[in-house]
Design a protein around this ligand. Structure first.
Ligand SMILES: Nc1nc2c(c(=O)[nH]1)N[C@H]1C(S)=C(S)[C@@H](COP(=O)(O)OP(=O)(O)OC[C@H]3O[C@@H](n4cnc5c(=O)[nH]c(N)nc54)[C@H](O)[C@@H]3O)O[C@H]1N2
Ligand SMILES: Nc1nc2c(c(=O)[nH]1)N[C@H]1C(S)=C(S)[C@@H](COP(=O)(O)OP(=O)(O)OC[C@H]3O[C@@H](n4cnc5c(=O)[nH]c(N)nc54)[C@H](O)[C@@H]3O)O[C@H]1N2
Ligand SMILES: [Mo]
Length: 742
């Protein structure tokens, strides 16, 4: 950060960063934007009428109050809900990314506070990987190990001949890692791959999911049909005896079940290349040829996380693993199965994976939790039961929702439904730096500092440095740190000393550093003055699959068989129609072939935005520069556009039976006809059921991946697009809501 002569602030990349993130461009302009929350604010109806369900959320003005009044009222309300309904009635899952910094991590602070308060209903897993985190333990024992065990980019460069990339390796995503990245190394890794001659089979409806410079063959697949292509490839390997029987016998269990399925022994449907071609839109000859190339090469099968963020999202992950197992290269350098190359900047990175300084966590005394993406179901259906990972659970009755560091009106599906769900609780509290849609739907909004306004320790997974994050500017308005807010609440609720342990934020940061640093590292004062500390390279350890391959009996996987489970008796035993015991093709509930699809014949991909992190800093320069006609850009094929009378730059309405949004048309031949793309994260700006800004989550369905994992399915929806005639409703999200000042 640097202050210019006129007093404004410039945010600059680290001088040693080989590939600074374009997302940095959002930070400076957003810092003092009018949409910052400047003072504590309470919804008028809540202030005057007290807590209770209300459909006036998001529609009423706010009243600014002083900090003491806000905190007194909130502490009293927390105590009321706890005493009357029990701690389970407080939902504190508070999913979201918040911002970089090891100490001021909003969700960790809130969880610690609520645990000391007596507990809260929490959430499990993530929107990112909610499906794989439940499925993979059944298949290979440990989901995290699969991610940690990815071949590094260097190994791929040295050893891999062919990458079959389902979902591609999108360059737009790799600047991002939870916690931050000091030096962005992945973009140059991808460039080096191009130079090394590794060839890539790009399987995606969108050509830009792979950097242009890589030597690629593009397979423009019909969205949601990757499983059929994987099965067609697997059938070809089987039919032509190209599969590795020895590997399957020695390291896997359940291949016979899968083989029977491929051969159609039970359902009479042979899953050969011709069958696959009819569903996935890739010619049968191309499928067979690709299978042969895969068997003849050192091949890495990669599946992006996006593929498990759709209905039946278990299947592409499971089928991809089974396909890699048939090639027999799991555990060999540069071969086998990878999950998340191009989804996150640290997958494939060879940076150290060290323990980082972190807040001591406090166990939550309440055992109740939901799979994270079931929030609307929970709020709308207290007492109802649902399946999750083989168990049957019951939704609690939530009276108070406390959120810090996330934006459910960005991240959740079917936002019109989420609004109905958010009308149910007595009280909704949101800590936010910005007037996001979630803040606007709340009763009590507490203004929070941003990273530039406070001190912290910064580092991401596999990061090369620990950063001394100095305060760059004074907090805006009356904003406070989440920590300070929660400490003040804890004092009012009688556990102030326990929460703070007597430390200021600066003293905590020193304490976290001191308890982490061990011998040989500089003192805190030295580190703070230097501004950063280089982290040593981690020891080169064998990956899970390398250990397993070397010694399957001595280093078995943590599965019931100790092997890779191509079929799982455990999953089969759950008896779920939407997730059988082996990889299978299951049509999505909403499907182009279905009669209902005739009215909404375009397949929408709602992927991660290139111009921001989720919904964060949407008012920033980089994000705003990407808007078309003032709205989020919707990319569609010129044929689909001309069939609808849509021209480049035109304002369009994207709609289905759940809702509609406006967007600005961009035409491109780099996506499959029939497919349209609208990134997530435009700030939700409702005018009735229409979002006038272009948030695709008014269109997505709030249905789980399956009853196994209950994951998020936000990546896809079926829609129709038409030109928008007339004067569009104005955007309202670029200014604050209506607030009566003190
Ligand atoms: N349709 C569709 N929807 C999706 C996805 C998809 O593929 N398709 N992907 C999903 C995925 S993978 C994810 S991870 C989620 C992301 O969903 P979120 O993580 O909820 O999205 P963010 O926009 O990062 O929200 C973080 C919020 O925290 C606020 N914040 C930042 N710093 C602080 C702080 O210090 N304190 C406090 N209190 N607040 C702070 C920011 O202003 C911002 O509003 O979205 C999911 N939603
Ligand atoms: N710039 C930026 N980078 C980010 C993020 C961000 O918000 N902004 N978010 C980060 C987070 S939290 C996460 S979890 C990761 C998410 O990582 P991913 O979930 O992997 O990312 P997406 O961009 O949603 O999807 C990747 C690509 O999958 C393709 N795809 C979609 N559906 C299909 C399909 O049916 N078949 C095939 N073959 N391909 C399909 C899309 O074209 C899309 O571009 O990204 C991280 N990186
Ligand atoms: Mo994510």
């Amino acid at each position: 950060m640097r202050r210019r002569e006129d007093g404004s602030v410039a945010v600059l990349p680290h001088p040693d960063d080989p590939d600074p993130s374009p997302l940095l461009g959002n930070v400076a302009g957003a810092l003092a934007h009018p949409t910052r929350v400047a003072a504590p604010a309470v919804r008028r109806g809540w202030l005057e009428g007290g807590p209770g369900p209300s459909d006036r959320r998001g529609a009423e003005e706010f009243v600014e109050v002083g900090w003491d009044e806000a905190l007194d009222r909130l502490a009293a309300e927390l105590a009321r809900v706890r005493d009357r309904y029990g701690n389970e009635a407080v939902y504190g899952g508070s999913y979201g990314w918040a911002s970089a910094g090891r100490f001021h991590h909003a969700q960790s602070q809130l969880h610690r506070f609520l645990a000391m308060f007596g507990g809260y209903t929490g959430s499990r897993n993530s929107y990112s990987l909610g499906t794989s985190l439940v499925l993979l333990p059944h298949l290979v024992g440990d989901a995290e190990e699969v991610l940690r065990s990815a071949s590094t980019w260097q190994t791929i460069e040295d050893a891999t001949e062919l990458i079959v990339a389902f979902g591609g390796i999108p360059a737009k995503n790799v600047h991002v890692v939870p916690g931050g990245v000091t030096r962005h190394r992945t973009p140059s890794r991808l460039a080096a791959l191009a130079a090394s001659g590794v060839r890539v089979a790009l399987v995606s409806p969108i050509r830009d999911d792979l950097p242009e410079e890589l030597d690629a063959t593009w397979y423009p697949i019909v969205p949601a049909t990757d499983v059929t292509l994987m099965l067609g490839l697997a059938h070809t390997l089987l039919a032509e005896d190209l599969h590795d029987r020895r590997f399957l016998d020695r390291y896997c269990t359940g291949f016979e079940t899968f083989e029977h399925y491929l051969l159609g022994r039970a359902d009479g449907v042979v899953k050969d290349a011709a069958w696959a071609a009819a569903l996935c839109g890739i010619p049968a000859s191309a499928i067979a040829a690709l299978a042969r190339r895969m068997a003849a090469s050192r091949t890495l099968v990669t599946v992006t996380w996006s593929l498990q963020r759709i209905q039946h999202g278990e299947q592409p992950v499971w089928a991809g693993l089974a396909l890699a197992a048939m090639l027999g290269q799991i555990g060999l350098p540069g071969g086998g199965f990878g999950h998340g190359y191009g989804s996150m900047g640290d997958v494939g990175d060879d940076g150290p994976r060290l323990r980082l300084p972190r807040m001591p966590s406090v166990p939550n005394p309440v055992r109740t939790f939901i799979p994270v993406a079931r929030i609307a179901d929970m709020l709308l259906h207290p007492g109802e039961s649902y399946r999750y990972d083989g168990t049957t659970r019951t939704y609690p009755d939530i009276r108070l929702v406390h959120w810090a560091g996330g934006n459910p009106f960005h991240h959740h599906q079917d936002l019109n439904r989420l609004r109905r769900a958010f009308a149910r609780p007595d009280t909704i509290v949101v800590h936010e730096p910005y007037w996001t849609a979630t803040a606007r739907q709340a009763d009590i909004v507490l203004p929070v500092t941003t990273t530039l306004e406070r001190e912290d320790l910064g580092s991401g997974r596999r990061d090369s440095h620990l950063i001394a994050m100095h305060r760059a500017v004074e907090p805006l308005g009356r904003a406070r740190d989440d920590y300070a807010i929660l400490a003040a609440l804890a004092v009012r609720l009688g556990f102030g000393d326990r929460f703070t342990e007597g430390r200021t934020a600066r003293e905590w940061i020193e304490h976290l550093y001191a308890s982490w640093r061990g011998d040989g590292r500089p003192s805190f004062a030295r580190f703070w003055a230097d501004g950063e500390l280089e982290l040593p390279p981690g020891p080169r350890r064998l990956t899970l699959f390398e250990r397993f391959r070397a010694d399957p009996e001595g280093a078995p996987l943590g599965t019931p068989s100790g092997r890779i489970e191509i079929a799982s008796a455990t999953v089969a035993g759950f008896g779920l129609a939407d997730c059988p015991g082996h990889p299978a093709w299951l049509e999505p509930g909403e499907w182009l072939g279905a009669p209902a699809a005739a009215r909404h014949p375009l397949h929408l991909i709602a992927n991660q935005p290139a111009t921001r992190l989720h919904s964060q800093l949407d008012v920033g320069e980089t994000s705003q520069a990407g808007k078309v006609a003032g709205r989020e850009p919707l990319t569609l094929h010129p044929d689909d556009a001309s069939a609808r009378g849509i021209t480049a730059g035109a304002l369009v309405r994207v709609f289905n039976d759940r809702g509609a949004c406006l967007a600005g048309a961009v035409l491109s031949e780099r996506l499959r006809p029939g497919v349209v793309q609208l990134a997530t994260g435009a700030w939700y700006d409702p005018s009735g059921s229409l979002c006038v800004h272009g948030n695709p989550n008014v269109l997505t369905a709030d249905v789980p991946t399956s009853q196994l994992s209950q994951g998020c399915t936000g990546q896809h929806a079926l829609v129709e697009v038409e030109p928008y005639a007339g004067d569009p409703p104005p955007l309202t999200v670029l200014r604050p809501p209506s607030i009566r000042s003190l």
